[in-house]
Design a protein around this ligand. Structure first.
Ligand code: PAF
Length: 280
């Protein structure tokens, strides 16, 4: 696996592969790779001739009081995992390489970027959209793989790619979970031992709401309020708990078929998100 730190070297490698007629799949990450990331790389491996992974902790998607400085950076271990999963190229740019000048161009995906996580993290999805757009322009992949754990991020990027005619196919990959149901996330490392015991309640709560809907319940509000109360009693601070249409993340009505139950909640200093999507 080659590790490349500059855009010019990245472009040269891509140019060579393109002239050899090879297809490229791309997995953007912020590093601290876990089994969820590796499942993206493994799917990429099956779908294209070459697999590019980026590791870049993007400062523009963190708010002022968020965890940019403390976000786990584990480059060496990440490189070993990528070699073991047969990635071809790791793009590992410094902040100066990604943002050599003060950017004056923004990307805001109206409505999708400001609801749910966008409400409590203003500007977050604008930062994500810009960095993913830049990375897509640099890598120019045929296929982009993203985890469904960040369901709203996936929706924002799908909309951006469609609106800006970016020539890439997007594949959302199912969330990988710990044995007790907790969605894998780099931020799980922030949980204390006691919090880690409680954390699977999040997945239990959204799964219960899904099961109740599949069993015929139609008053979504009552379902999520009941589960929110259970979580609050256990010590979670629920940011949002919503049943939405999975196509556009707008509030779901009793007749919508394709649904997603989304949650964000704080446990101590850790903000956790999760979702389940399903059809009825
Ligand atoms: O999901 C992430 O890790 C990041 O938001 C992404 C897509 C790599 C953009 O920085």
């Amino acid at each position: 696996m080659q590790t490349i730190k500059t855009t010019s070297a990245l472009r040269a490698a891509i140019r060579q592969w393109r002239s050899d007629g090879l297809s490229i799949a791309f997995v953007p990450t912020m590093g601290n790779l876990h089994a969820g990331h590796i499942s993206l790389v493994e799917t990429a491996r099956q779908q294209a001739d070459k697999v590019v992974v980026s590791i870049f902790v993007n400062p523009t998607q963190f708010g002022l009081n968020e965890d940019f400085d403390s976000y786990p950076r584990t480059e060496r271990e990440d490189q070993e995992k990528l070699i073991a999963s047969n990635a071809d190229l790791l793009f590992l740019p410094a902040v100066q390489e990604m943002y050599p000048q003060t950017s004056k161009t923004g990307i805001s995906v109206a409505s999708l970027s400001t609801i749910l996580c966008g409400e409590s993290r203003p500007g977050h999805f604008d930062g994500v959209a810009v960095v993913v757009c830049k990375l897509l322009n640099m890598v120019q992949p045929d296929l982009l793989l993203l985890g469904e754990k960040d369901f709203q991020q996936l929706a924002v990027i799908r909309q951006m790619v469609a609106d800006l005619n970016i020539p890439v196919e997007i594949k959302g990959i199912a969330t990988v979970r710990e044995a007790d149901g907790l969605a894998m996330s780099s931020r799980n490392a922030y949980l204390s031992e006691t919090e880690r015991q409680l954390a699977p309640m999040l997945f239990q709560a959204i799964s219960t709401v899904r099961d109740e809907i599949l069993a015929g319940a139609a008053d979504f509000e009552t379902l999520v309020v009941r589960q929110s109360q259970r979580l609050q009693q256990a010590g979670f601070v629920v940011d949002y708990f919503q049943v939405r249409r999975s196509a556009d993340l707008m509030p779901a009505s009793a007749t919508d078929q394709s649904l997603v139950v989304l949650i964000a909640a704080r446990l101590g200093k850790t903000r956790l998100i999760d979702n389940v999507h399903f059809c009825r």
